[in-house]
Write a protein that binds this ligand. Structure first.
Ligand SMILES: Cc1ncc(COP(=O)(O)O)c(C=O)c1O
Length: 383
């Protein structure tokens, strides 16, 4: 049977190949975006897991928008405006898919920073969006480039990861957030704010969401994959009612609703007295791993390679002198370290600047140090 044209245009995922090769036990993988499974708060889930066995109602079909007690709790927890509603999805990735299917016609323009999250490029690619990119600076998207794209191309939406971006780790400044929100309002562009790394801040206070400055022009995606467990597959989409209702309609056709027992489990976890402490613990752990990776890179990277410090998230972005990063990543894999080459994060891979994404949350400090030694000697040979 012939596959759909939209799928024929989707390139096979290089990242799947690299992740498969990275499972070899002689390879240290900095390629994935995995939280450390030792951090999963299973002890904090145990009381709810026991209670669930006495709640047959959560094993029944449920409401498409989600488990009402969880949605009520989160409306408060995220301090959603009165005009907004929340919907539970099967991971925030499903939220993204529903947004694309509900709003994007083939050829509609969707703006993203370049580089950008691979999963978003896949989702928008499948609905045949015309993906337009703007360059990213250390403060967030290049505002003048964004203004020009909004003015000249009238895009439908701007997809963004303002907190500890995947793949670069950049966290947008407050000023940039306000400017982007003002542009979205001025040019009537919907902001899709994807915030899975927001809670993984290493120091200081959270910066307001971009959506806080344009609440009527935005949809926010939240994930519990990085602070609880990705296997729960619970994410939350929120926005004004008229933005959310079409998503609920699409979700009904997609999977009726997300798993109610998993939503009830997440609710128990969020209400647990020690959940905040749990988040502090992972922040401290990931910060120390980041510091190990960063100082090893500073000591060992050959000349011409550059890194910028990050203040949270899961990734460091290493820029390189111009080279074939696919070939480099394959050579590095033979040397026992897996990394992701920059072109996979660009809708037009040929426009990619040479760089590598390194993850620091799923390797021990000893592994991180060894991985950097392997990386540095591989780079010294290649560039
Ligand atoms: C930017 C971004 N958005 C969304 C997701 C998907 O997260 P979830 O597990 O909630 O589906 C990821 C996962 O790595 C991500 O990096």
């Amino acid at each position: 049977m012939e596959i759909a044209k939209s799928l024929q245009q989707t390139p096979s995922s290089y990242i799947r190949e690299i992740l498969a090769a990275a499972s070899d036990k002689n390879v240290i993988s900095l390629a994935g975006g995995l939280p450390d499974e030792k951090t999963f708060p299973i002890d904090l889930m145990k009381p709810t897991l026991e209670t669930l066995s006495e709640m047959p109602e959560v094993f029944q079909y449920g409401a498409t928008a989600g488990y009402t007690p969880l949605l009520n709790f989160l409306t408060d927890y995220f301090q959603l405006p009165d005009t907004h509603i929340a919907m539970a999805c099967t991971g925030s990735q499903q939220g993204l898919d529903l947004i694309a299917r509900a709003y994007v016609n083939p050829g509609d323009k969707v703006v993203m920073e370049a580089p950008s999250y691979l999963g978003a490029m896949q989702v928008f690619g499948l609905v045949q969006a015309d993906i337009v990119t703007v360059p990213q600076t250390e403060f967030g998207p290049d505002i003048e480039a964004l203004r020009t794209v909004f003015y000249e191309q009238s895009p439908k939406m701007f997809y963004a990861v303002p907190d500890f971006h995947n793949p670069t780790g950049v966290c947008w400044s407050l000023e940039t957030r306000k400017q982007v929100a003002a542009l979205c309002e001025q040019y009537n562009v919907a902001l899709i704010e994807d915030a899975p790394y927001r809670e993984l801040r290493f120091s200081g206070e959270a910066i307001p969401l971009v959506s806080d400055f344009c609440p009527q022009h935005s949809i926010v995606l939240r994930s519990f994959s990085k602070i609880a467990s990705p296997g729960l597959r619970v994410g939350i989409v929120s926005g004004k009612r008229s933005y959310l209702e079409p998503l609920i309609k699409i979700k009904q056709g997609a999977d009726l609703h997300s798993s109610v027992p998993m939503q009830a489990l997440l609710l128990g976890l969020l209400k647990h007295d020690n959940f905040d402490y749990h988040i502090d613990t992972i922040r401290t752990l990931y910060k120390s791993r980041y510091e190990t990776l960063y100082s090893e890179l500073q000591d060992k990277l050959p000349e011409g390679c550059e890194i910028k410090p990050v203040d949270g998230g899961m990734f460091v972005w290493v820029t390189l002198p111009s080279c074939d990063t696919f070939k480099l990543a394959k050579e590095l894999l033979k040397d026992g370290v897996a990394v992701v080459p920059s072109p996979v994060f660009y809708p037009q891979p040929e426009a990619a600047k040479a760089a590598l994404r390194l993850n620091f949350t799923n390797a021990t400090p000893t592994e991180l140090a060894e991985a950097v030694s392997r990386l540095a000697s591989g780079l010294a040979k290649a560039i």
